[in-house]
Design a protein around this ligand. Structure first.
Ligand SMILES: *[C@@H]1O[C@H](CO)[C@@H](O)[C@H](O)[C@H]1NC(C)=O
Ligand SMILES: *[C@@H]1O[C@H](CO)[C@@H](O)[C@H](O)[C@H]1NC(C)=O
Ligand SMILES: *[C@@H]1O[C@H](CO)[C@@H](O)[C@H](O)[C@H]1NC(C)=O
Ligand SMILES: *[C@@H]1O[C@H](CO)[C@@H](O)[C@H](O)[C@H]1NC(C)=O
Ligand SMILES: *[C@@H]1O[C@H](CO)[C@@H](O)[C@H](O)[C@H]1NC(C)=O
Ligand SMILES: *[C@@H]1O[C@H](CO)[C@@H](O)[C@H](O)[C@H]1NC(C)=O
Ligand SMILES: *[C@@H]1O[C@H](CO)[C@@H](O)[C@H](O)[C@H]1NC(C)=O
Ligand SMILES: *[C@@H]1O[C@H](CO)[C@@H](O)[C@H](O)[C@H]1NC(C)=O
Ligand SMILES: *[C@@H]1O[C@H](CO)[C@@H](O)[C@H](O)[C@H]1NC(C)=O
Ligand SMILES: *[C@@H]1O[C@H](CO)[C@@H](O)[C@H](O)[C@H]1NC(C)=O
Ligand SMILES: *[C@@H]1O[C@H](CO)[C@@H](O)[C@H](O)[C@H]1NC(C)=O
Ligand SMILES: *[C@@H]1O[C@H](CO)[C@@H](O)[C@H](O)[C@H]1NC(C)=O
Length: 376
């Protein structure tokens, strides 16, 4: 019995040991990868690093995937280098290592012009309908079309779409239609801190959440607004859904929030996470359906209800979405055009890195789709 089990494995190992190729040969072995080879040629440093690395997984965009790249992006050496580094995972991950429970895998993208996640920006790996899918910035997805191409330094999976380098919080929030939050953060002059503080987790209330407590926000003093907003930010911890469990976390405000995981649903105080794991340049954003109130830290969820009581008791709904008049308008057109509209207020490279696709699917629509999936 044991021998039977061992035999195919031993054969497989022997076979792969014989067949193993160097990076150049592995890329050349698939006609699907000629454009990736060309892109690697634009930034010799990345190819050299890859050739010398061990224990890596290369997510190799197919030629069709490269169609999405704007020529301007291909001319930007620093950006294309960052994009390629983001496609290299630290560790050997076979297709069967990816399960229906999402995991968040560090990549070789560490350049602080593009990420402030210590240890490397991550991709989310998850199995959906039997397929291996990687989620990147703006909840963009890439599906593995050919798995486990072995080469000397690790393995290659061919994917059908480029990964999107996660953009900063402001850019991502605008793309996700979290305009009330963006306006509030701008009003409180917290945008720069939120965009550049390394390793953060943000619980981001959606527009409905702000609107439902509009009366409490009408004339809120700047200091109180800042206190409410900083209560939504965890500094020093990037809390992906895979790591969130029943516990308290200290916020930037100083006060704690309570995380509860109930039948797979994640709550922070009484607010429900409606879209988890939106990767951003400096950490992760979870969209929630209520504004958190530091003066009501004991609010608890009722998991059987689809909507929760606002944490600001006595507040009433506003007719307009609060703070949206304060959403900064883009100061310059997006450098590379593309999906997300690039309504970035930041000149940081990550703001520019995101809207690099030529495909014209609005990111807000993508987020809408994600919300549907996660609400079911
Ligand atoms: C990769 O392998 C091919 C074929 O075996 C060989 O011709 C080439 O020199 C190798 N390249 C490097 C960089 O080792
Ligand atoms: C890319 O760079 C080349 C050479 O520097 C230039 O001729 C070309 O116009 C650039 N293309 C774009 C789309 O920026
Ligand atoms: C890969 O991850 C390991 C920890 O698992 C770390 O020690 C190593 O430095 C990482 N390699 C790179 C190139 O980041
Ligand atoms: C490969 O990388 C993974 C992730 O960094 C690490 O856990 C593992 O120990 C490494 N294995 C080898 C053989 O270096
Ligand atoms: C991947 O799965 C194989 C077994 O299929 C296991 O030996 C290996 O440790 C797994 N690697 C990781 C990084 O989980
Ligand atoms: C990372 O943080 C530094 C300052 O701490 C900032 O200059 C840089 O723009 C940040 N990077 C990104 C991608 O936001
Ligand atoms: C991937 O994105 C496309 C839209 O571009 C969407 O239709 C599809 O459902 C997404 N797949 C997953 C697994 O989220
Ligand atoms: C490669 O991936 C396939 C799934 O796509 C899996 O069935 C197979 O076992 C994997 N092979 C190795 C050697 O990991
Ligand atoms: C964005 O939010 C506003 C205000 O809540 C809403 O009216 C609009 O339908 C949303 N747009 C999308 C694309 O979800
Ligand atoms: C976040 O935490 C770090 C390390 O503790 C600290 O240096 C930094 O000032 C904090 N950031 C903010 C915005 O409070
Ligand atoms: C987490 O807390 C909730 C209630 O707050 C409880 O229903 C659930 O069982 C707890 N989960 C674990 C793993 O203890
Ligand atoms: C690339 O982006 C630039 C700037 O947004 C735009 O002018 C140009 O038309 C785009 N090129 C392609 C091929 O889509």
């Amino acid at each position: 019995m044991q021998i039977k089990k061992l035999l195919p494995l031993a054969l497989a190992t022997a076979a792969s040991a014989q067949e193993t190729m160097n990076l150049t040969a592995a890329l050349a072995s698939s006609p699907e990868l000629s454009r990736l080879t060309g892109a690697l040629g634009l930034v010799p440093g990345v190819g050299a690093t890859l050739g010398e690395a061990s224990n890596i997984t290369l997510l190799a965009p197919s030629n069709a995937a490269f169609e999405e790249l704007n020529a301007t992006t291909l001319n930007d050496t620093a950006l294309i280098q960052a994009v390629l580094q983001y496609h290299v995972l630290n560790g050997t991950y076979y297709a069967e290592n990816v399960t229906e429970t999402p995991s968040f895998i560090p990549t070789m993208l560490m350049n602080s012009s593009y990420t402030n996640v210590t240890g490397g920006q991550v991709v989310e790996a998850v199995r959906r309908d039997g397929k291996v899918v990687f989620f990147s910035g703006l909840l963009m997805n890439s599906t593995v079309t050919q798995a486990n191409v072995t080469f000397d330094n690790g393995i290659i999976h061919i994917i059908d779409r480029l990964l999107t380098v996660p953009a900063n919080v402001s850019t991502t929030a605008v793309a996700a239609n979290l305009t009330s939050l963006v306006g509030a953060v701008t009003t409180a002059q917290l945008a720069e801190a939120v965009d550049t503080t390394p390793d953060i987790t943000i619980f981001a209330p959606n527009n409905e959440a702000f609107q439902s407590i509009g009366s409490a926000l009408g004339n809120i003093p700047a200091e109180d607004l800042a206190s409410v907003l900083t209560y939504h930010v965890i500094n020093g911890t990037v809390g992906y859904s895979s790591t969130l469990s029943n516990r308290t976390l200290q916020t930037l405000n100083g006060a704690d929030v309570t995380i509860s995981v109930i039948d797979g649903a994640v709550f922070v105080n009484s607010a429900r996470v409606v879209i988890p794991d939106v990767l951003v340049a400096n950490g992760v954003v979870h969209v929630i359906d209520n504004v958190l109130n530091p003066a009501n830290a004991t609010a608890t969820p009722n998991a059987t209800m689809s909507t929760q009581m606002p944490a600001f008791s006595g507040a009433s709904s506003a007719s307009d979405v609060p703070f949206t008049s304060n959403v900064p308008t883009p100061t310059a057109p997006a450098p590379t055009g593309g999906a997300a509209g690039g309504s970035s207020t930041s000149s940081s490279a990550s703001g520019a890195a995101m809207p690099m696709r030529t495909g014209a699917v609005g990111a807000a629509a993508l987020f809408g789709g994600a919300a549907l999936v996660y609400n079911m």
